[in-house]
Design a protein around this ligand. Structure first.
Ligand code: FAD
Length: 454
């Protein structure tokens, strides 16, 4: 890549990784990043709760994908990678706690045995008999997870096993998320001709190594944000971009104050609805596809409670759909990650998440309501009276793109409509999690570099 000027729009992990990759590709580049928020990081946000660092947006990353361990190693931060303690989550269903079933892919069972106790006996028998039922699978198909799983195993498996996992990842449900996004390995096994759904899940299960599935960063995601900002040498303009127009071989951008900026190339790292609005004139095909991606909102209530509060041995609780609780998940953060060096022993940290696609909770509930619901739900789930010593409510509005059926086709459209010198990054492209955002940002910069090389 020859030296040039670049504008990155959006200062979440996608924009910051793009800025860092641009610097790595072009040591002399002029990199301007636009972010209207009061800090960089977007949904990666570390706060002090009970006197300790705590992530109030994303808190973890999946270790099965290579991007985060590789990025941390590149930045000299591998020593900060913190694995889970091994404590596992429980499922709250039918007003009681159950172990998280083993041998599933996003809650879709590979055998009847793994669902025993969580679903009724008729459902267990139905899963057992599934291999005997002909499967009507169209290779390349992408049904909503609820349609396929409901048809094969019944509604209880959807509500009690699949929904709790998908509402955590996407703030969606099995009804709003497509199989290819939620369980790509299962879809691929069905394409290859798996005889039934349980067989496809068996083929897609990762080998049981006993290794931790998730990791976090000691000190919180802020550690990563600071390092990306430092290494990328970006100039932060604290403003939203309102317009983007072709100008010769490059781009003109207008920020919210009306100031004009020029760049040879632009990386748009904003949520899909914003990206659609910004490129409506310059890339209508991209705008039309990005504009069709809906997003869900979520609220996190982070609590510090007395260290001796007797929670059961687990990393948290995922809530089945249809339960009389407001929260969709509880994470016992101190149990999940252990007490790190210097952490106070007289408090425990935990977080409750609220908001599923379409329920409006994260937008409409007041902070006091969310706090009351948090304490009430903890009493219902654990039978404990919890007395917070510190609390923080954090909302993430329209923050979680819904990977509905056919999402990959929509993203192919988004990318196919991009004119030269314009690239996209973000959680709506190649996966919603932080590792996928890191990967997509790298691909955005590679795409710009390939254009320069042509
Ligand atoms: C509550 C919650 C928990 C999560 N937990 C996890 C987890 O544990 N593990 C995991 O891997 N993933 C998790 N995720 C998902 C992950 O955090 C996000 O997908 C990821 O952080 C998105 O990063 P991003 O940079 O693409 O978007 P964002 O972080 O949303 O950043 C986009 C930025 O663009 C800015 N912006 C918007 N419009 C403009 C404009 N016009 N001009 C300039 N800037 C603009 C916004 O202010 C924002 O800062 C979670 C998400 C949520 C909401």
């Amino acid at each position: 890549m020859t030296s040039g000027s670049y504008c990155v729009v959006g200062g979440g992990i996608s924009g910051l990784t793009a800025a860092y990759r641009l610097r790595a590709a072009d040591a002399d580049a002029d990199i301007t990043l636009f972010e209207p928020g009061d800090r960089l990081g977007g949904i990666l946000r570390t706060e002090r709760v009970g006197g300790q660092s705590m992530d109030v947006g994303a808190e973890a990353f999946v270790l099965r994908r290579p991007e985060m361990p590789a990025l941390l190693a590149e930045l000299g931060l591998s020593g900060r990678q913190l694995a889970t303690t091994g404590a596992r989550p429980l499922i709250y269903s039918g007003q009681s706690l159950h172990p998280l079933p083993a041998g599933t892919v996003v809650g879709i069972p590979s055998s009847a045995a793994s669902m025993a106790g969580l679903v009724d006996e008729a459902t267990v028998a139905r899963i057992d008999a599934e291999p005997g039922r002909p499967l009507d699978w169209r290779p390349g198909g992408d049904p909503a997870v609820a349609d396929l799983v409901g048809d094969r195993f019944g509604d209880q498996v959807v509500a009690r096993s699949v929904d709790p996992l998908l509402s955590g990842v996407y703030a969606g449900s099995a009804a709003t998320i497509g199989l290819r996004a939620a369980a790509p390995g299962v879809a691929a096994a069905l394409d290859r001709g798996a005889a039934c759904l349980t067989d496809a899940v068996r083929q897609a299960l990762p080998p049981a190594t006993g290794a931790p599935v998730f990791a976090a960063i000691d000190g919180g995601y802020q550690v990563l944000i600071d390092e990306l900002v430092r290494r990328s040498g970006l100039r932060w303009v604290r403003a939203a971009v309102h317009r983007l127009e072709r100008a010769g071989a490059g781009w003109d951008l207008r920020d919210e104050s009306g100031a004009r900026w020029h760049a040879d190339a632009v990386v748009l790292a904003v949520p899909p609805a914003r990206a659609a609005a910004l490129v409506a004139g310059a890339a209508p095909r991209t705008a039309a596809a990005a504009g069709r991606i809906a997003s869900a909102s979520s609220a996190v209530v982070a609590l510090a409670v007395p260290g001796d509060t007797p929670f059961p041995r687990c990393s948290g609780v995922l809530v089945a759909s249809g339960e009389r609780l407001r929260a969709k998940a509880v994470t016992l953060s101190s149990r999940k990650w252990g007490r790190k060096g210097g952490a106070r022993t007289d408090i425990q940290l935990l977080r409750l998440s609220f908001g599923r696609f379409g329920d409006g909770l994260a937008e409409s509930a007041s902070d006091d309501e969310l706090l009351d619901w948090a304490v009430g739900d903890l009493a219902t789930v654990f039978g404990l009276t919890v007395e917070p010593v510190d609390a923080r409510v954090q909302r993430w509005l329209a923050a979680m793109p819904q990977y509905g059926p056919g999402h990959a086709d929509l993203i192919a459209e988004v990318r196919a409509g991009l004119p030269p010198g314009l690239a996209v990054a973000g959680s709506y492209l190649d996966g919603i999690g932080v590792p996928a955002c890191v990967g997509a940002a790298g691909r955005a910069v590679e795409a710009l570099a390939a254009e320069v090389a042509r």
